[in-house]
Design a protein around this ligand. Structure first.
Ligand code: NAD
Length: 497
């Protein structure tokens, strides 16, 4: 018997109107341990109605009132963190040590955007003549958030915190693979004092509940994180409805290692960039670009340390690499490994499913390193979203930049060098939304996050994220005491612009 976790609409739990359920599997043992409602268009309609009813009061409440609720939520989340961590591990298969580190930081997002709501100021504009012109930020309305499974709570939080702080109400559609912690968060928000209907969660499939949400006329903005094709599809739906649109999409990140870097630290960075989350992150350092003179040294150390990574039960604190999220994801990764071999790359380690002991029950693939990879191979260009890293040599700075920019994606990358001038010079030349120097995958609520090229539209984090959840309203006030009568035949020079 598996647990039934209802969705959360209008401040209470409810099943889908169609009465169907979707199973949620633990990827570490491939067993279903829970099920969630298979929401459809009628469930989305109901959630949007609740969000619309709650919208006026929430948007008109004082920013300090909204901030106080977000701050209370942050406190309560810290107290209950362990329940969220355990569930996040069960539904995603990501190791406990990763989810402990990631979720411990979530409250900071609610605190940061509470602070932005408390302190954000309107502007005064130098309007010519006897006029006072100011602009104020108004909430957009009801926003739809569509989120993936790889960081279920973090990604939802990056969108939800600014959306609520700015006075919007929300309908979220979490991934069908990992929706439970998002429902748990909605319950906690009610306990923290969020009025019913302000944050609603409809569970279900992308092609059903997700699509219905993105085309619903009551939704003013859609913000999605997911694959690039999903983003394109949702962008079309949003465009047809003249809705606001933001998208955080796929990536194929590069790690650039120069011969003046601290090589040991660079390999540690590459290992982290490639294999954290079992390679299932959008900013994965899937391409490791290494200066020719240190190529052999880096490859040798990287392969040795990759082979030493510990696969195991994600709930075991000693585990470093968990399973992939689903059978489908595992099959995709194994298919790409075959493609890499057929393309003539050298498989330097990994390259197969791990089946020893209990691992056989889950979707484990050994961390894999390909060398002798040529630019343009499919394994070098396409997002695999698994523990597969390609190592390519480069000859000098210009070649490194050319290689790093030669993919359709432009999300993130890191530069490892001892020369700080080179680091800044390269940052300006790399066609990507985030460049890390001598580090990788560092994130903060205040630090803008978003992709160039096929990696997305718009961005998250920072004051810009709060503003992206608002519309600018311009108020023009006549401060002149002179009467104005356009049609009076009084011989006075008139102006209207
Ligand atoms: P996905 O595209 O399969 O699904 C993402 C969400 O979109 C899910 O909730 C899904 O149900 C929904 N969806 C799918 N098709 C839809 C449709 N036609 N209409 C409406 N909704 C639809 O992605 P995923 O497998 O859950 O996540 C992995 C992808 O997300 C990777 O490509 C990864 O790079 C990307 N990602 C990007 C970032 C970033 O910040 N740029 C962060 C995390 C993940």
């Amino acid at each position: 018997m598996v647990d039934r976790v209802s969705m959360y609409v209008g401040g209470r739990h409810c099943p889908a109107m169609g009465g169907e359920w979707l199973e949620i599997e633990n990827p570490a043992d491939s067993r279903a341990f829970a099920c969630v409602p298979r929401g459809a268009a009628e469930d989305v309609d109901q959630a949007v109605e609740h969000a619309q009813r709650a919208q006026f009061a929430w948007a008109s409440s004082a920013p300090s009132q909204r901030a106080a609720i977000l701050e209370r939520l942050a406190r309560m989340l810290r107290e209950r963190l362990d329940d969220f961590i355990q569930m996040e591990v069960r539904q995603t298969g990501r190791p406990l040590r990763e989810m402990q580190a990631q979720l411990a930081r979530l409250p900071e997002w609610y605190e940061y955007f509470a602070a932005v709501a408390r302190t954000h100021e309107g502007r005064l504009h130098p309007f010519e003549g006897d006029f006072l012109n100011y602009t104020q930020r108004r909430a957009i309305g009801v926003v739809g958030l569509v989120t993936p499974w790889n960081h279920p709570l973090l990604i939802l939080t990056k969108k939800l915190a600014p959306a609520l702080a700015a006075g919007n109400t929300v309908v979220a559609k979490p991934s069908e693979l990992a929706p439970i912690t998002v429902v748990m968060l909605a319950e906690l928000f009610t306990e923290a004092g969020l009025p019913a209907g302000v944050f609603n969660v409809v569970t279900g499939l992308g092609a059903e509940a997700g699509k219905a949400l993105c085309e619903h006329p009551g939704i003013a903005k859609v913000d999605v994180t997911g694959g690039t094709e999903t983003g394109r599809h949702i962008g079309q739906l949003a465009g047809a409805g003249l809705k606001g649109f933001a998208a955080e999409l796929g990536g194929k990140g590069s790690v650039l290692v120069f011969n003046d870097a601290d090589v040991r630290a660079a390999v540690s960075g590459a290992l982290f960039a490639s294999f954290i989350a079992t390679g299932q992150t959008c900013v994965q350092g899937a391409r490791i670009l290494v200066e020719k003179s240190i190529y052999s040294e880096v490859v040798e150390d990287l392969v040795l340390r990759t082979e030493a990574l510990r696969l195991g039960d994600p709930l075991d604190p000693a585990t470093q690499i968990g399973p992939l999220v689903s059978r489908r994801q595992m099959e995709t990764v194994l298919r790409y490994i075959d493609i890499g071999k057929q393309e003539g790359a050298t498989l330097s380690c990994g390259g197969e499913r791990a089946t020893e002991g209990d691992l056989e029950q889950g979707y484990y693939v050994r961390p894999t390193v390909f060398t002798n990879v040529s630019p343009g191979m499919r394994i070098d260009q396409e997002e695999i979203f698994g523990p597969v890293a390609c190592v390519l040599p480069f000859d000098g700075e210009a070649h490194a930049v050319e290689l790093a920019n030669a993919t359709p994606f432009g999300l993130a990358g890191s530069v490892w060098t001892g020369d700080i001038a080179r680091a800044h010079r390269l940052a300006r030349q790399l066609d990507m939304g985030i460049v890390w120097v001598n580090t990788h995958h560092r994130i903060d609520p205040s630090s803008p996050w978003g992709g160039f090229k096929d990696s997305g539209v718009g961005g998250e984090n920072g004051i810009a994220a709060y503003e992206s959840y608002t519309r600018v309203q311009s108020v023009v006030v006549n401060t002149s005491s002179d009467p104005f009568d356009w049609f009076a035949e009084d011989g006075k020079q008139k102006r209207y612009s």
